[in-house]
Design a protein around this ligand. Structure first.
Ligand SMILES: [Zn+2]
Ligand SMILES: [Zn+2]
Length: 288
């Protein structure tokens, strides 16, 4: 493999963290959630064939060594995942990927609509520091939106909804936060990896982010350009009736709390999730 170069989305350490940074938890059999600063990533084992594990998302910029160290604690020295799957490619979900790929020569998979952002063809819309929400939203002008280029290392997910290397899982298209955003679902025990389709912390508010105060929320506001699609995606995930969920940000949740709060979010998305004002609010409604 050629040596991959990063971009601002992978190279620039961002000094923001939370009380759960560095913690890991097995939230369902073979589903391990690890928190890196302010974002979650998952180590998912192939329970069916007992055939290794897959990394879902790649943390904050400059964090590859931390992910490798955590994986080695869990699976042993020199462990290598079978693949890396991306829910989407915002900087806080692909931050460690260049470092990881320069160590692990494994394929990366993302939705076909997300590929332009991981092959250097298209940057994400800029974050919106003017959006209603709080200090993290106002700081979001610091957050990089530049594409990375993983070149031939990245592939489109199979069209049939299957997930490479994880036969019990399927992917679900959940656009709105980004065009090619996906979530992952395991029917057998209704385990969900939601990505940023919905999250369990008010990500715009610095105090909530630091303390990881539990609160059902829509996708991070400063980075969400299509609110109507985002609402449809939450309804889609609600209809799966997940029993356990790891979200891109915030603490993992399950059972009654998840059921009640995801129902509430699907019903009252306009009140809970959509900001009162911001650059991307009302945009697609006006265009229609
Ligand atoms: Zn995101
Ligand atoms: Zn995120």
């Amino acid at each position: 493999m050629d040596h991959l170069e990063g971009s601002a989305s992978t190279n620039k350490y961002i000094p923001v963290s939370s009380v759960t940074s560095g913690e890991g938890k097995e939230v369902a059999p073979g589903l391990y959630c690890y928190t890196n600063q302010i974002v979650n990533l998952c180590f998912v084992e192939d329970q069916k064939n007992k055939n290794g594990w897959v990394l879902v998302d790649a943390g904050m910029p400059d964090c590859a060594e931390k992910i490798i160290a955590e994986a080695e604690v869990r699976f042993g020295k020199e462990t290598v995942p079978k693949a890396i799957i991306l829910t989407h490619a915002h900087f806080d979900h692909i931050g460690g990927i260049i470092g990881l790929l320069n160590r692990w020569n494994v394929p990366v998979y993302a939705h076909s609509l997300e590929l332009p952002y991981v092959t250097g063809k298209k940057d994400y819309p800029k974050p919106d520091p003017s959006v209603e929400g709080g200090m993290v939203a106002r700081m979001s002008f610091l957050f990089p939106n530049e594409a990375i280029n993983l070149d031939k290392q990245v592939h489109a997910l199979p069209e049939d909804g299957s997930v490479p290397e994880l036969p019990e899982w399927r992917w679900v298209h959940t656009p709105g936060h980004t065009e090619g955003h996906i979530s992952l679902f395991r029917e057998a025990d209704r385990a969900l990896i939601a990505g940023d389709a919905f999250i369990t912390v008010k990500q715009e508010d610095l105090y909530s982010v630091i303390t990881q105060h539990l609160e059902i929320s829509g996708p991070p506001r400063y980075f969400t350009p299509d609110w109507m699609e985002a609402w449809k995606s939450v309804k889609k995930l609600h209809s799966l009736k997940p029993h356990t969920a790891v979200t891109g940000h915030g603490r993992p949740v399950s059972g009654e709390w998840l059921d009640e709060n995801l129902s509430k979010l699907a019903r009252e998305f306009d009140r809970i999730a959509i900001p009162d004002y911001g650059k991307y609010v009302g945009r697609n409604q006006l265009e229609q």
